[in-house]
Design a protein around this ligand. Structure first.
Ligand code: MOS
Length: 760
C-alpha cells in the first residue's frame, strides 16, 4: 500500500502530513529497549527479598495421590515452605468464562484442590526456597505415591462418546455448539455434485520464546501486586482475584513486555495463582518461572480436531449445502471447544448449512485459543474441501470462490463493514502469476522436483472489545498516553503512538504510549486480534479530548492567537495549534499550558464492546498463494514462496502490519508441515516437551514471503477504519500448502502436519 493513500483520510489533521502518524512505516518505538536488553520482561523485575518457587508435577495422568511426603523437601537447605493440597485451602472452582468484563480463565478446576490427578504435569506441590537451585533440588525430594488409573488420551471420536460443549463466549457473541441455516440435508440431496471428506489436525503448542512466569508480592494491607506474563492485565486481575477470593481492587497486575503469547498468555493459568498463594504462605515475594517442559502441561494448547465436511454444489460450482462437524478435546479441568466451524458460517454464500461442535473427554489439561483459534483449524478443512471440489469440477479454485462470493454476511444477513476480498484474489493472482498455472496435478516440474501451486482464502473476525485510554499533554510539549492493553511483540506500542501522534498533532518521538498495568485505564485482553480495532479508537478519543481541552483554554484566552476560534477552526501539528484559514496564527501546547500554569492537561477515551458496528458484520479477509516443491522419491516438501494479500482496512503502519502478516504465515507453515504434539499413549504425558521434539519453522523452513494490503479503510469498524491483522495471516495457509502439495503430486493429505511418510 502507498503511504500517501494511507494518510489520505486518517492522517494528521487537515491535510498536514506527519511523517510519524498513521500510515507511516515507523520503527518499533520499543525496539531499542528490546535489542539492548533494557526491556524488562516479567521474570526480570528486581524485587527486594525475592524467593523462588519450583513446581512438583504429577507423573501420572489419571488417578489419585495415595501418599505425599514433603518432609525431606521441607528439611532441605534454603527451603522456606512447601505447599500442597495438604496445607492449602482449595481455590474455588472458576466459572470458565470468556466475557469482556469478567476475564478469561478456561481452567475451572485449579490444582491443589484435592488428591485427584486430572492430567500429567498437574502441579501437586510447590517448593519455595531462597534460591531457584535450592527450590528445584528440594522439589526432587518430594515423595509421591499414586493410585494409577489408565489415562484416556487417545483421540478417536468415532468410537468414543462425544458430547456437546456448553455455549461459550467467542470474545463478544455467544457461540452455540449447533448451527443450522436453511435445510442442509435437502441441499445436499439436491446438489449435482457432492464431496465429503474428513480432515484432522493435531495438538499444537504455542511455544512463545518467553516462558510463562509470575512474581507475586503482598503488602501489609493484604493487597497483591503480580508481575505476570499476560496478554491482558485487567482480564488476569479479574480472574486472579476470583481464584484468590479477593476484591479485584486489591490486585494489581503489571506486564509491560510479552515475549510472545499466541493465545497461551490470554488467560489465567495455575502458575500465577500458585505464585500468589506461595507468597502469602511464606510471607515473602515469590517468583515462579515455568520450565519449557512445564509450558506443555498447564498453559493450554491447540486442541486436536477431527472435522467432517460435506459440500454439495451445482455443476457451475455454486454451493448448495455445507455440513461441517468438528470434534475437539474436552478436559475435566475446563472446556474450550476449538471453534472450527465458525469460519464456515460466514465465508461463502451458501443457503443451506449445518455445523456442530462436539468434545471427547480426555485426561489432558484444558485446550485454549491458539493463533487464530477456530479459523486456523476450520479453514484447513473448508479451504481443502473447496479445492477438492474445484478439481472435481475442473474449475479454477479462485473462480470457484468467486462464484460463491458472500456479498453480505450469510450468517446474519447483515452487510459487511468492509470487504475487498475480490481485490485480494485478483491482486494475489496477478502478483503470483496464477494465470501460468497448469491445473493438472503433477504437470509442473523443475528437474526432479514436482511443482505445486495452491491457494486458499484467509478470514478472521477481528474483535471489538471494550477499551479505555487516557492522554496527558504535558508542559514540556510531550504527551503520555496510557491504556492497560498489551503488546505481544505485535506493534501495539508503536501503532498506538502513531494514532495518538495524529490526534494530538505531535510527532511520535514526543508521544509516549504506556501499557500493561491495571493502574492504567481498562482494556480487555489482547486476543482475537482486537488491539488495533478496539484500543485504537479509545486512544484517539483520549488524545482528541486532551487536545480539545487545550484548544478551549486558548479559545477563551485573549492573549492567545487562537482566542475566539472554535474547535473546528483549529488544527494541530508539530506540537502547535493553529487557525486553519490563517495557519501562521498558531501557538504551542507548551506556551498555552505555561500561561495557564498547568503541568498537564488530560483527556479520556472509551469504547464499548462492539460486535456489529451500526449493523455491520466485521471480518478481515485475504488470499494466500503458495508454491511448493515435492521430491516424489523422498517425500520431501519444500516451500518455494508464499504470497498473501490482505484486507484489514486502514494499515496503521505498513512495517508492523507486514511483520504481523508474515509472522502469521510462518505459523501457518508450521501448522501445515511441522507442528504436532504427541501424547504418550499409555503414560498420557507429552512425549517430547521441548523444542527439539516439537518442530517449529526455522529460517531454513521459511521461504520468501510477501504480504500486501489492499488499501481500503473500513468506513464502519471504528474511527480509524482499521480492522486488525494479527491472526488473519495464519488462516488459509495450511490449506493453501495442502492444496499445492496435491497440485504437485496428486496426493491429498487431509491430516496435518504434511510429513514425508504421508507422501510416500
Ligand atoms: Mo489469540 S490466540 O486470540 O490470544
Amino acid at each position: 500500500m502507498s503511504l500517501e493513500t494511507g494518510r489520505r483520510r486518517f492522517g494528521s489533521t487537515d491535510g498536514a502530513i506527519a511523517l510519524t502518524g498513521v500510515g507511516a512505516p515507523l520503527d518499533r518505538v520499543e525496539g531499542r529497549f528490546k535489542v539492548t536488553g533494557s526491556a524488562t520482561y516479567t521474570a526480570e523485575h528486581q524485587i527486594t527479598g525475592l524467593t523462588h518457587a519450583a513446581l512438583v508435577e504429577s507423573t501420572i495422568a489419571r488417578g489419585r495421590i495415595a501418599r505425599l511426603d514433603v518432609s525431606a523437601a521441607e528439611a532441605a537447605p534454603g527451603v522456606i515452605g512447601v505447599i500442597s493440597h495438604l496445607n492449602t485451602p482449595p481455590m474455588p472452582r472458576m466459572r470458565g468464562l470468556l466475557t469482556t468484563g469478567e476475564g478469561f480463565a478456561l481452567q475451572t478446576v485449579m490444582p491443589l484442590e484435592d488428591d485427584i490427578i486430572h492430567h500429567a504435569g498437574q502441579p501437586i506441590a510447590v517448593v519455595v526456597a531462597d534460591t531457584l537451585e535450592r527450590a528445584q533440588h528440594a522439589a526432587h525430594l518430594v515423595q509421591v505415591e499414586y493410585e494409577v488409573q489408565p489415562p484416556r488420551v487417545e483421540f478417536a471420536p468415532q468410537s468414543n462418546q462425544t458430547y456437546p460443549p456448553q455455549p461459550f463466549f467467542g470474545g463478544i457473541a455467544r457461540i452455540a455448539p449447533d448451527y443450522t441455516r436453511g435445510d442442509a440435508a435437502r441441499g445436499l440431496a439436491d446438489a449435482s455434485i457432492r464431496v465429503e471428506h474428513t480432515y484432522t489436525t493435531p495438538i499444537e503448542h504455542h511455544n512463545p520464546i518467553e516462558p510463562h512466569a509470575a512474581i507475586a508480592r503482598w503488602d501489609a494491607r493484604g493487597s497483591l501486586t503480580v508481575y505476570d506474563t499476560t496478554q491482558g492485565v485487567h482480564s488476569t486481575r479479574e480472574v486472579l482475584a476470583e481464584a484468590l477470593g479477593l476484591d479485584s481492587d486489591k490486585v494489581r497486575v503489571i506486564c509491560p513486555f510479552v515475549g510472545g503469547g499466541f493465545g497461551s498468555k490470554a488467560g489465567l493459568w495455575p502458575y500465577t495463582a500458585l505464585a500468589a498463594i506461595c507468597a502469602r504462605h511464606v510471607g515473602r515475594p515469590v517468583k515462579l518461572v515455568l520450565t519449557r517442559a512445564q509450558m506443555y502441561t498447564s498453559t493450554g494448547y491447540r486442541s486436536q480436531t477431527l472435522q467432517n465436511v460435506h459440500v454439495g454444489a451445482g455443476r457451475d460450482g455454486t454451493l448448495n449445502a455445507i455440513v461441517h462437524h468438528s470434534t475437539s478435546i474436552g478436559s475435566s479441568v475446563g472446556e474450550f471447544p476449538e471453534p472450527a466451524t465458525e469460519v464456515t458460517k460466514v465465508l461463502y454464500a451458501c443457503p443451506n448449512l449445518e455445523t456442530s461442535l462436539r468434545l471427547v473427554r480426555l485426561d489432558l489439561g484444558v485446550p485454549t485459543a491458539m493463533r487464530a483459534p477456530g479459523e486456523a483449524t476450520g479453514s484447513f478443512a473448508l479451504e481443502s474441501v473447496l479445492d477438492e471440489l474445484a478439481h472435481e469440477l475442473q474449475l479454477d479454485p479462485i473462480e470457484l470462490r468467486l462464484r460463491n462470493y458472500a456479498e453480505t454476511d450469510p450468517d446474519s444477513g447483515l452487510p459487511w463493514s468492509s470487504k475487498v476480498l475480490r481485490e485480494c484474489y485478483q491482486q494475489g493472482a496477478e502478483r503470483f502469476g496464477w494465470a501460468h498455472r497448469n491445473p493438472r496435478p503433477g504437470s509442473m516440474r523443475d528437474g526432479q522436483w514436482l511443482v505445486g501451486w495452491g491457494m486458499a482464502t484467509a478470514s478472521y473476525p477481528t474483535l471489538g472489545l471494550p477499551a479505555q485510554a487516557t492522554a496527558a499533554i504535558q508542559a514540556d510539549g510531550r504527551a503520555v498516553v496510557r491504556s492497560g492493553t498489551a503488546d505481544l511483540g505485535t506493534g501495539q506500542y508503536t501503532v498506538m503512538t502513531q494514532v495518538a501522534s495524529d490526534a494530538l498533532g505531535l510527532p511520535a518521538e514526543r508521544v509516549r504510549f504506556e501499557l500493561g498495568d491495571t493502574d492504567f485505564p481498562f482494556a480487555f485482553l489482547a486476543g482475537g486480534s482486537s488491539g488495533v480495532r478496539s484500543v485504537g479508537p479509545a486512544v484517539r478519543l483520549a488524545a482528541e479530548a486532551a487536545r480539545a481541552k487545550v484548544q478551549a483554554l486558548a479559545a477563551g484566552d485573549e492573549d492567545s492567537p487562537l482566542a475566539g476560534y472554535g474547535p473546528e477552526a483549529v488544527g494541530a501539528e508539530g506540537g502547535e495549534l493553529f487557525v486553519k484559514h490563517v495557519p501562521e496564527q498558531r501557538e504551542s501546547y507548551t506556551a498555552i499550558l505555561a500561561r495557564h500554569g498547568l503541568q498537564e492537561v488530560t483527556g479520556d477515551g472509551s469504547v464499548d464492546a462492539v460486535n456489529m458496528p451500526n449493523g455491520h458484520r466485521v471480518h478481515a479477509f485475504g488470499a494466500q498463494f503458495v508454491e511448493v516443491r515435492v521430491d516424489p522419491d523422498l517425500g520431501l516438501v519444500r516451500l518455494k514462496r508464499v504470497l498473501g494479500v490482505f484486507d484489514i482496512g486502514t494499515v496503521l503502519n505498513p512495517k508492523t502490519a507486514r511483520s504481523q502478516a508474515i509472522g502469521g504465515i510462518v505459523f501457518g507453515i508450521g501448522m501445515a508441515l511441522l507442528e504436532r504434539t504427541a501424547i504418550h499413549p499409555t503414560l498420557g504425558a507429552v512425549a517430547s516437551p521441548n523444542l527439539a521434539g516439537y518442530l517449529l519453522p526455522v529460517n531454513a523452513d521459511v521461504p520468501a514471503i510477501d504480504a500486501y494490503f489492499v488499501d481500503a479503510p473500513d468506513p464502519y469498524v471504528n474511527s480509524l477504519g482499521a480492522k486488525g491483522v494479527g491472526e488473519l495471516g495464519v488462516t488459509g495457509v495450511a490449506a493453501a500448502i495442502a492444496n499445492a502439495v496435491y497440485h504437485a503430486t496428486g496426493k491429498r493429505i487431509r491430516d496435518l502436519p504434511i510429513t514425508t511418510e504421508k507422501l510416500l
